[in-house]
Design a protein around this ligand. Structure first.
Ligand code: DX5
Ligand code: ZN
Length: 218
């Protein structure tokens, strides 16, 4: 099934130069990024640490793009208000970290943000079926989260197709994250994804951000 929604490219700043984060965000936006993907890691849910709401707030004024916070953290509820206050448009939590997912998603919307849920590669789609009316985005992870630069897991393609069928007719973004390159992008788009996160394929590109974004968009 081909994507019927416009394709959105969301560069993940995880692969950017953190010493110049605000400038990197401004540069990648100017190069054609639709969204800015912000990977928040707590060293518990995933074996890596990145940044939190204060850093996001500090770079919020770098550009006017949609800020898409991907929270790879345990017990996210306690921090959701901080991310909303930092100025993100969307917050995605991991279903594996949310014992009361519908409550968490409702809270994200109460805070004025779009609500997303991410699934690790091993997590079945049935875990989110009951929450479709509270969701603005479904993120099918195409690597195990924690690090940039990992290899795309091909076995996720049928899962993307199933997710596309599950959300069909709803105003829900179908996002993929991990190992997205100019080679893997056409496969995920053909499977039904419309929202592509890419870190190393954009920030690590030798030919420049604009060309890298165009190559992924196809
Ligand atoms: C992985 C993160 C991704 C990561 C993607 O845990 O959620 O957003 O930055 O990096 P690449 O595109 O290099 O796989
Ligand atoms: Zn991510």
């Amino acid at each position: 099934m081909a994507a019927s929604k416009p394709v959105i490219i969301a560069p993940s700043v995880l692969a950017s130069n953190f010493a110049a984060l605000g400038q990197e965000i401004a540069d990648v936006r100017r190069a054609g990024a639709d969204w800015i993907h912000l990977d928040v890691m707590d060293g518990q849910f995933v074996p890596n640490l990145t940044f939190g709401a204060p850093i996001i707030q500090a770079v919020r004024s770098s550009c006017d793009a949609y800020f898409d916070a991907h929270l790879m953290i345990e017990t996210p509820d306690a921090l959701l208000a901080d991310f909303a206050k930092a100025g993100v448009e969307g917050i995605t939590v991991h279903v594996e970290a949310c014992p009361h997912l519908d409550r968490t998603l409702s809270y994200i919307r109460e805070l004025g943000c779009k609500a997303g849920v991410a699934l690790n590669p091993a997590t079945p789609l049935g875990t989110i079926q009951h929450c479709l009316d509270r969701l603005d985005l479904v993120l099918v992870m195409t690597v195990n989260p924690g690090f940039g630069g990992q290899r795309f897991i091909d076995a996720m393609l049928p899962k993307i197709q199933q997710a596309a069928t599950m959300i069909e007719g709803r105003d829900i973004q179908l996002q993929v994250d991990g190992g997205i390159t100019a080679e893997t992008a056409p496969k995920v788009i053909a499977a039904g994804a419309n929202n592509l996160v890419a870190g190393s394929a954009i920030f690590g590109a030798s030919q420049g951000y604009a060309q890298a974004i165009n190559a992924i968009r196809g």
